[in-house]
Design a protein around this ligand. Structure first.
Ligand SMILES: NC(=O)c1ccc[n+]([C@@H]2O[C@H](COP(=O)([O-])OP(=O)(O)OC[C@H]3O[C@@H](n4cnc5c(N)ncnc54)[C@H](OP(=O)(O)O)[C@@H]3O)[C@@H](O)[C@H]2O)c1
Length: 187
């Protein structure tokens, strides 16, 4: 134990490969007024452990929703159309091609975790090989929904029931899916 989940579950994958990692409620809700609709520390812990020492790619709004940014001990890549955007300690990219060029130029041999939001998940739909999907068994109010994913191209490789306690009051499950026919980032 103590290994990162990727190491245990994704041994057939060659780095760099793309993952999505997110939490959604029963209706696929992921955001509310620029933040998460819930407080679930166990999911934050899962997120931290899964992404630690790797690369995280996110939209500008998701980046600005992180209280202590950039995320520590990870290469943070922020997507924005604003050419003068500054994000101390993060890499700013202006397109998908910019992100892929950065990964290639730096020869990053690490998992690349796309952490949202909606348009960034949509941007990498064809390249993603692993899905880390936390399902929270509740219905919340909010304004941002996970884009559709064609789950028929993926198989579930792990499901873990989250522990409900006084700090984590919502029933939740951690699903990990792998693409049935793995794809490469660079074609
Ligand atoms: N539950 C979860 O797991 C989870 C995960 C992530 C986010 N969220 C929530 O989702 C919400 C934020 O997500 P969002 O979908 O509204 O916004 P977002 O994707 O985080 O950010 C959108 C911004 O990203 C930039 N962007 C997107 N695509 C781009 C491209 N192709 N090229 C260049 N820049 C691009 C643009 O920035 P500019 O406007 O600067 O040009 C765009 O306005 C928050 O509520 C957050 O808490 C939840």
């Amino acid at each position: 134990m103590g290994d990162k989940i990727e190491v245990r579950c994704c041994q057939n994958l060659k780095t760099p490969y793309i993952t999505f990692i997110w939490a959604e409620d029963k209706n696929g809700l992921i955001g509310k007024a620029g933040n998460l609709p819930w407080n679930l520390p166990a999911d934050m812990k899962f997120f931290k452990e899964t992404t630690m020492n790797d690369v995280v790619v996110m939209g500008r709004k998701t980046y600005e929703s992180i209280p202590k940014r950039p995320l520590k001990n990870r290469i943070n890549i922020v997507l924005t159309k604003q050419l003068d955007y500054k994000a101390d300690g993060a890499i700013v990219c202006h397109s998908k091609e910019d992100v892929l060029n950065y990964i290639q130029e730096k020869q990053l041999q690490k998992p690349i975790h796309v952490i949202g939001g909606v348009s960034v998940f949509n941007l990498f739909k064809e390249e993603v090989n692993i899905l880390y999907r936390t399902i929270i068994d509740e219905t919340f109010k909010g304004d941002t929904y996970m884009p559709e994913i064609n789950y028929k191209y993926f198989r579930v490789i792990d499901v873990t029931e989250g522990v409900v306690d006084e700090k984590n009051i919502y029933s939740h499950r951690f699903f990990i899916y792998e693409r049935k026919k793995l794809v490469s980032i660079f074609n």
